[in-house]
Design a protein. Structure first.
Length: 202
C-alpha cells in the first residue's frame, strides 16, 4: 500500500500500487466529484452513476420523478444557472417547450450580412463573440462563402496593433480588436520591433 494525498481535501489515504495512476488522486468518489465541480468550465456538471457518466441535472430530475427520463425529455433550469441542480430549480419538459424557453440569439443573420460585406470568418467570429468553428459551420451549411483566415495582417492591422500595445492592451485583446489570434499579433509586434525576437522565431 502507498500513501496518497487527496487533491481536494488534503487527507492522507492508502492505495494499492496497482491502482496508482498519473494525475490527481482522491480519497473517495465524493472528493473527486467536488473537485470536478469546482474546476468545471462546462455549462453542466457530469457525475458517475453505476459506472456511467451522466449529467447531474438529468439524474436529479429522474430521482425526483421516480423514473428514468426518456430521450425526448429535457431538463430546464428555471433560474438559468446550469450548475444549480436543486430539485426545485429543475423542470422536465419536451424539446419543443425547452427550445421556446431558450430563444436562440440571431447571430447567424448578422454573420451572413458580414460575410456579404467580405469579412473573414475570424473577423466575423470576433465581432459577434461566437466561436470560429460555429461561424464557419453555419455559413458552410447555408452555402455562403467567406474567406478563411489564411490572410496576412495588413499594414493597417499592424498600426492598430501598435497603438493598442502602446496603450497597454494585452495581446489577446489586441487580437480580438484586429481580428487575429494573439500569436499573430505577437509576430506582428516582433517584426515591428516592439517585442524582443525569441530565438526560435529568429
Amino acid at each position: 500500500m502507498v500513501a496518497i494525498i487527496c487533491a481536494h481535501c488534503g487527507r492522507t489515504s492508502y492505495r494499492a500500487i496497482r491502482l496508482l495512476r498519473s494525475g490527481p488522486m482522491f480519497c473517495n468518489r465524493a472528493c473527486r466529484t467536488k473537485k470536478r465541480r469546482k474546476n468545471a468550465v462546462a455549462p453542466y456538471i457530469e457525475i458517475c452513476v453505476d459506472g456511467e457518466r451522466v449529467y447531474e441535472h438529468r439524474h436529479v430530475a429522474s430521482i425526483t420523478l421516480g423514473r428514468p427520463l426518456s430521450s425526448d425529455e429535457e431538463v430546464h433550469h428555471i433560474d438559468g444557472d446550469g450548475w444549480n441542480n436543486h430539485p426545485d430549480n429543475l423542470e422536465v419538459v419536451s424539446r419543443k417547450v425547452h427550445a421556446s424557453r431558450h430563444p436562440r440569439q440571431d447571430w447567424i443573420a448578422a454573420a451572413k450580412e458580414r460575410a456579404a460585406e467580405g469579412l473573414t470568418i475570424r473577423r466575423i467570429a470576433n465581432e459577434l463573440g461566437v466561436p470560429y468553428r460555429n461561424v464557419w459551420r453555419a455559413l458552410k451549411c447555408r452555402g455562403i462563402h467567406a474567406e478563411r483566415d489564411n490572410n496576412r495582417p495588413s499594414p493597417v492591422d499592424a498600426q492598430r496593433a501598435i497603438a493598442l500595445f502602446m496603450a497597454g492592451h494585452s495581446l489577446r485583446a489586441i487580437g480580438r480588436a484586429c481580428g487575429h489570434d494573439h500569436m499573430t499579433v505577437r509576430r506582428m509586434l516582433m517584426r515591428c520591433g516592439f517585442l524582443p525576437v525569441a530565438s526560435s522565431d529568429a
